[in-house]
Design a protein around this ligand. Structure first.
Ligand SMILES: Cc1cc2nc3c(=O)[nH]c(=O)nc-3n(C[C@H](O)[C@H](O)[C@H](O)COP(=O)(O)OP(=O)(O)OC[C@H]3O[C@@H](n4cnc5c(N)ncnc54)[C@H](O)[C@@H]3O)c2cc1C
Ligand code: SF4
Length: 507
C-alpha cells in the first residue's frame, strides 16, 4: 500500500517489525527486501508520491516539487548548491542513471583504513547482482550517445584522454532528455518504478508526506519513530507514531545525521561529521552549430583520465557531460540585458562538461532552524581546490577539442568567457575559492560513516549504530570516505547487505 497523507488525515499509530525512514536508493531497497521476506514494514517518506503523470518536463514546476528546499539547498555560507530529492524514490527519481559498482580500490581502502574487512568484491557480489537485476542495469550502446556526449567523447579521444561509455538503469528509454525533472515515460529505473512497487507488492505500508522528526530508544534499543504529516502543499497535519524494534534511517546524508542529532540518542562525535560533497564545477561550451544537448540521454560518457584509484584511492576527479534547461542555464550565463539575451538565444548551441572531485575536504551537518533546513558546513582544502582548478582546465580543453568556440566558466559575480586559443592557465591562476565560483553537489555522503571502531565511525559493517541496538543507517551517509564514483549502486548494494543482515536477525 502506498498512501499519501494529507493535512486532513487523523493521527496514525502503527506497529511494525521494521520502520524505514526515507524511500530513496537506501530506504526503498531495505523496505522491499525485508517486506519480500514476509515481515511488517512501514516506510515514512517526507515527500509526496509523484508519478510519471506528474512529471511535466517543466523546470519551473518540477525543481520545487522534486528537490529539498525547492532546489535551493546550500551550504551555510552559500558557496555550494546541494541537490537532493524529496519524494517517494528519493534522489533516484531525478538522477542521471550512471550505474557503477563500488570501485575495487575503494572497497580495499575501506577494508584497510576503516576495518571493514568483510567488504570484499566477492562478499558484495550478491548485493550488486540483486540491485543490478532489479534496476535493469546494462551497458549504453555507442549509438545511444546524444550529440553532446559524442562530441565530448571525440574531444577526449583527440586529446588522448581515457574515457568510456557507461552502464545505466534505463529500460525503453526514448531519449527525451528530461531525467533531471523525472521521467514521464517510466523508462528510468529509479526506485519509484522498481523497489518501491516491489515493497508495495510485498505488503509494505508506504506513507508519503510523512516526516520522521524524532527517534526514541529505551535501554539502548530502538523503540519508536515519531513524526508528522506535512502534505504536498506544505500544510502540517496529524502526528505519526511507529513502534518498531528495528529502525532504519535512510533519509540521505544530510537529513539522517540531522534527525539522529535532534533525537539525542547517538552520543557519538562522529555523527554529522566527515561530510564529503563530490563538489563539481560546470563549464558551458558554445558551438557554432546547434547541438541540442538537452535531447537524448543526458549523461552517457565518462572521462576517467584524472582519477586512478589503484594508485591513489584518496584523490582525483572525473569529467562528465551535462546539459542544462533554460532557467538553470539563464541563471549561470554571464552578462545582463541584451548580452544575456544574445547568449540565451544560443541555448541550442550550448553543452556542458563538469569536473567532479573525489574530495578529501570535509564538512559537517548540524541541526538548523527546523528539520527542513539542516545546516551544512564545508571547507575546501587547498589541494582539493587546486585539483578542481586543474580539472577546469581539462574541461575547457575537452570542450574546445570537441568543437566549442567559446567556454563559460562560472566565476562569481561575473562569469569568465574563454575564446578558443585563450591561455587556459588563467584558470589555475584564478583557481577555485568558495564563494567565488558556482559549485554544486549532487552526492553528499559520509556523515554517519561505517567502520569497526566507534571512535571513528557511527555504524558498524552492517550499518547498525554502535550506540543503539536495532537502529540502522542505510543511505549515502555510511560511506567511510568519499566514493570517487557515481553513488547510487553502492548506496543500494550496501542497503541490500544491511537488509539481509536484519533479515537474518528477524528470522
Ligand atoms: C541531480 C542528481 C543526479 C544524480 N545522478 C546520479 C547518477 O547518474 N548516478 C548515480 O550513481 N548517482 C547519481 N546521483 C546520486 C544518487 O541519486 C544518490 O546517491 C542516491 O539517491 C542516494 O540515496 P540515499 O538513500 O542516500 O538518499 P535519497 O535517494 O536522497 O533518499 C532520501 C529520502 O529520504 C527522505 N527524507 C529525508 N528526511 C526525511 C524525514 N525526516 N522523514 C522521512 N523521509 C525523509 C527524502 O525526502 C528522500 O526521499 C544523483 C543525484 C542527484 C541529486
Ligand atoms: S532520457 Fe530516457 S530515462 Fe531520461 S527522461 Fe528521457 S525517456 Fe526517461
Amino acid at each position: 500500500m502506498i498512501r499519501e497523507l494529507t493535512a486532513r488525515d487523523g493521527d496514525l499509530v502503527l506497529d511494525a517489525d521494521v520502520c524505514v525512514i526515507g524511500s530513496g536508493a537506501g530506504g526503498a531497497v531495505v523496505a522491499a527486501e525485508i517486506a519480500a521476506a514476509g515481515h511488517r514494514v512501514v516506510v515514512l517518506e517526507q515527500g509526496p508520491h509523484w508519478t510519471s503523470s506528474d512529471f511535466t518536463q517543466r523546470e519551473d514546476e518540477m525543481l520545487p516539487k522534486l528537490f529539498e528546499e525547492g532546489g535551493m539547498r546550500q551550504t551555510a555560507d552559500g558557496s555550494v548548491l546541494v541537490l537532493q530529492g524529496r519524494n517517494i524514490g528519493g534522489s533516484t527519481v531525478h538522477n542521471l542513471c550512471y550505474a557503477f559498482r563500488t570501485p575495487d580500490p575503494i572497497l580495499a581502502l575501506w577494508r584497510e583504513e576503516h576495518g571493514l574487512e568483510e567488504l570484499t568484491p566477492q562478499a558484495m557480489e550478491p548485493s550488486f547482482a540483486r540491485v543490478e537485476r532489479q534496476l535493469k542495469i546494462k551497458q549504453i550502446h555507442e549509438a545511444e550517445l546524444n550529440v553532446l556526449n559524442r562530441k565530448i567523447r571525440d574531444g577526449a579521444r583527440a586529446l588522448g584522454y581515457s574515457g568510456f561509455v557507461t552502464r545505466h538503469n534505463r529500460e525503453g528509454c526514448i531519449g527525451a532528455g528530461y531525467c533531471l525533472l523525472g521521467c514521464s515515460y517510466d523508462a528510468k529505473q529509479s526506485m519509484l518504478v522498481t523497489y518501491i512497487p516491489k515493497a508495495d507488492a510485498a505488503g509494505a505500508q508506504i506513507y508519503a508526506c510523512a516526516r520522521a522528526s524524532r527517534i526514541e530508544a529505551s535501554g539502548g534499543r530502538a523503540q519508536r519513530v515519531l513524526g508528522q504529516v506535512i502534505d504536498r502543499h506544505g500544510e502540517e497535519g496529524a502526528s505519526i507514531e511507529v513502534r518498531a524494534n528495528t529502525i532504519v534511517v535512510s533519509a540521505g546524508a544530510v537529513a539522517t545525521p540531522d534527525l539522529l542529532l535532534r533525537s539525542g540518542i547517538v552520543p557519538n562525535p562522529q555523527l554529522g561529521a566527515n561530510l564529503h560533497l563530490h563538489p563539481s564545477v560546470l563549464l558551458a561550451g558554445f558551438w557554432e552549430e546547434p547541438i541540442h544537448a538537452y535531447r537524448g540521454i543526458p549523461q552517457s560518457y565518462y572521462i576517467d583520465e584524472f582519477i586512478d584509484l589503484e594508485k591513489n584511492p584518496h584523490a582525483g576527479y572525473v569529467l562528465m557531460p551535462i546539459s542544462g534547461f533554460p532557467g538553470l542555464s539563464a541563471v549561470n550565463l554571464p552578462g545582463f540585458g541584451s548580452d544575456h539575451f544574445a547568449s540565451m538565444q544560443r541555448f541550442a548551441h550550448m553543452g556542458g562538461l563538469l569536473v567532479l572531485l573525489h574530495d578529501r575536504s570535509q564538512g559537517h551537518v548540524a541541526p538548523g532552524s527546523d528539520l527542513a533546513r539542516p545546516e551544512l558546513h564545508y571547507a575546501l582544502r587547498a589541494d582539493d581546490a587546486a585539483l578542481l582548478a586543474e580539472g577546469m582546465v581539462h574541461c575547457a580543453k575537452v570542450l574546445f577539442a570537441a568543437g566549442a568556440r567559446q567556454v563559460v566558466v562560472p566565476y562569481l559575480p561575473e562569469a569568465l568567457l574563454l575564446e578558443r586559443g585563450d591561455d587556459l592557465a588563467i584558470l589555475t591562476r584564478r583557481g577555485v575559492e568558495l564563494g567565488k565560483i558556482a559549485l554544486a553537489s549532487t552526492h553528499p555522503q559520509s556523515t554517519c560513516r561505517m567502520g569497526d571502531d566507534p571512535k571513528h565511525a557511527v555504524v558498524d559493517a552492517f550499518g547498525e549504530c554502535f550506540d543503539v541496538s536495532g537502529l540502522f543507517v542505510a543511505d549515502m551517509s555510511v560511506f567511510p570516505t568519499s566514493l570517487g564514483a557515481p553513488p547510487q549502486v553502492t548506496t543500494a548494494a550496501l542497503a541490500d547487505r544491511t537488509a539481509h543482515h536484519i533479515l537474518s536477525r528477524l528470522s
